[in-house]
Design a binder for this molecule. Structure first.
Ligand code: ADP
Length: 494
């Protein structure tokens, strides 16, 4: 085996410590997969106010307590706490940064009390970026690559190349920046730029100046040694189509040779109906009747009548425009005329919460809506549903369609990004789901009706589709090796 890499994996979310979406799952599973290939990948993440040290086994280390750092133009104290994420035979070291000025309150990006974005998110993540770099000398552990993820880590490449370029310990460390979602850019009024401590040259179009604002994400795209994103299709879409590029398509095109797409993998020790402890009945692909027991139990929980022949559709999602809720809103009256049940779990924008709660009252016995973030229920919906709806406007990778495949829950998705890279049209010999092309409510309704028709009238075909999906392998095996190759190119060594 080739010698492994030392990698500092910097991320604002890690399951089970903090999670708003797919980034948390990836930050848990990718470092472990890489470590099982002989690398030393260590994670650094904020210790948000809600984290329970005892439950999550977060430990204090005496010599890493009450450290000092200059961030946002002032000195602040912080501590590095330690924890490990574990798989069956894998683990990864976690460094959690504790700080009273920036991460004391409960909430990840939004204050849990006010449900609004923290007003000092710029300062919170300036501190995070600087601290993630400065801990390296304190720990006396030097990575070959700092692997940054999303805008919250976006200033790290620029800091390394400017502020720390006189520091012998840090100056040659290479950076990889992974885009998990280009639409979240960390754009702030440029008056805050001075707080970063970066040289003025960074506040230009060749740095982070973005339509008159200062952008953490654009800064990363200009300064990182290499850039990746989480599916091949999305890496093309964001360069070639204005609707996907979010105003950054020119920057991405200029860096075309440094940009790659690597599909996210799934951790089958967590998302797998054979071993899933969060579902009432575990099952293999030879035990589909047990899947129906999960369906029965979930429907009963929501006081809906169970009938194996009536399809249950599931949705688990952030309630944001990206995920296609405007299409769902448009088709719901017609969809509710079909002989189906629909369960939706989601958290996010108030306009969608309101619409869904109202719809739930109107379509009693057919529609159940759960607003909030509920990991257990997410697993139960995957296990219970016959079909999974994901009509995203864009989708960098998407995890739920891959989880659905493994749970025998046939995905109905829009043909975009990672959905296009994982779901194969039901008419093909290796088909595993249903795709629609145009972002259009009629197209969505039509493809759902096609799926319902097959479920009702062609069970043999349906079961074949379901089994083909269940037998696919989207584990990290392949993708983790691709990251290793990328680390090799980034570090220019080994
Ligand atoms: P994104 O990262 O854009 O939200 P992904 O499909 O990549 O989308 O990942 C979403 C992850 O978040 C999945 O693990 C999904 O189960 C989870 N998730 C999303 N919304 C909820 C919710 N309301 N409750 C529990 N889990 C959720």
């Amino acid at each position: 085996m080739a010698k492994g890499f030392n990698v500092l994996f910097v991320t604002s979310e890690v399951f089970p410590y903090s999670k708003t979406g797919g980034l948390a799952d990836i930050s848990n599973s990718l470092p472990q997969a890489l470590n099982s290939l002989g690398n030393d990948v260590r994670i650094v993440t904020p210790k948000y106010g809600q984290l329970d040290e005892r439950k999550l086994q977060i430990h204090e280390i005496k010599r890493l307590k009450d450290l000092k750092i200059n961030a946002n133009g002032k000195e602040t104290k912080f501590s590095i706490k330690s924890s490990f994420i574990h798989g069956k035979n894998t683990k990864a070291q976690m460094y959690l940064l504790e700080n009273q000025d920036y991460f004391k309150n409960k909430g990840i990006y939004q204050n849990s009390k006010t449900k609004k974005d923290f007003p000092n998110n710029d300062e919170r993540y300036i501190f995070f970026c600087k601290a993630a770099i400065e801990i390296l000398e304190i720990l006396q552990w030097k990575p070959d690559v700092i692997h940054c993820n999303d805008w919250q880590t976006g200033l790290i490449p620029a800091f390394i190349k400017t502020v720390y370029n006189n520091n012998d310990y840090l100056k040659n460390i290479k950076t990889l920046f992974t885009i998990h979602n280009l639409a979240y850019q960390g754009n702030f009024p440029k008056s805050m730029f001075a707080k970063t401590g970066l040289p003025e040259s960074v506040l230009t179009d060749k740095g982070g100046l973005h339509f008159g604002q200062f952008s953490f994400l654009k800064t990363a795209l200009n300064f990182a040694d290499k850039i990746s994103t989480v599916s091949e299709k999305y890496s093309e879409e964001i360069r070639s189509d204005k609707d996907f590029g979010c105003g950054l398509e020119d920057v991405l095109n200029a860096r075309k040779k440094d940009l790659t797409g690597i599909l996210n993998g799934i951790d089958y020790s967590i998302w797998n109906p054979v071993v899933d402890k969060l579902i009432p009945y575990r099952y293999t692909y030879q035990e589909i009747p047990l899947k129906y027991e999960n369906k029965r139990e979930l429907l009963e929980k929501y006081k809906m009548i169970y009938d194996e022949e009536i399809p249950l559709l599931g949705i688990i999602s952030r309630l944001v425009d990206q995920k296609g809720f405007d299409l769902i809103e448009k088709i719901l009256p017609q969809l509710m005329k079909e002989d189906i049940k629909l369960i939706i779990l989601g958290d996010g924008e108030e306009k969608y919460q309101k619409f869904l709660k109202k719809a739930e009252k109107k379509y009693k016995n057919k529609l159940a809506v759960e607003i909030g973030f509920d990991e257990t229920l997410a697993h139960q919906i995957e296990a219970a549903s016959d079909m999974f709806l994901m009509p995203s406007k864009y989708e960098p990778c998407g995890l739920n369609q891959m989880y659905s495949l493994r749970y025998g829950t046939v995905p109905i998705v829009r043909n975009t990004g990672g959905l296009a890279d994982t779901i194969v049209d039901y008419r093909k010999p290796n088909g595993n789901g249903f795709l629609f092309n145009k972002y259009d409510s009629d197209e969505l309704l039509k493809i759902i009706q096609t799926a319902l028709n097959m479920f009702k009238n062609d069970k043999a075909k349906w079961n074949k589709l379901l089994r083909q999906g269940m037998s696919l392998d989207f584990s990290w095996k392949v993708s983790a090796k691709k990251y290793m190759k990328l680390y090799k190119t980034v570090s220019g060594s080994k």
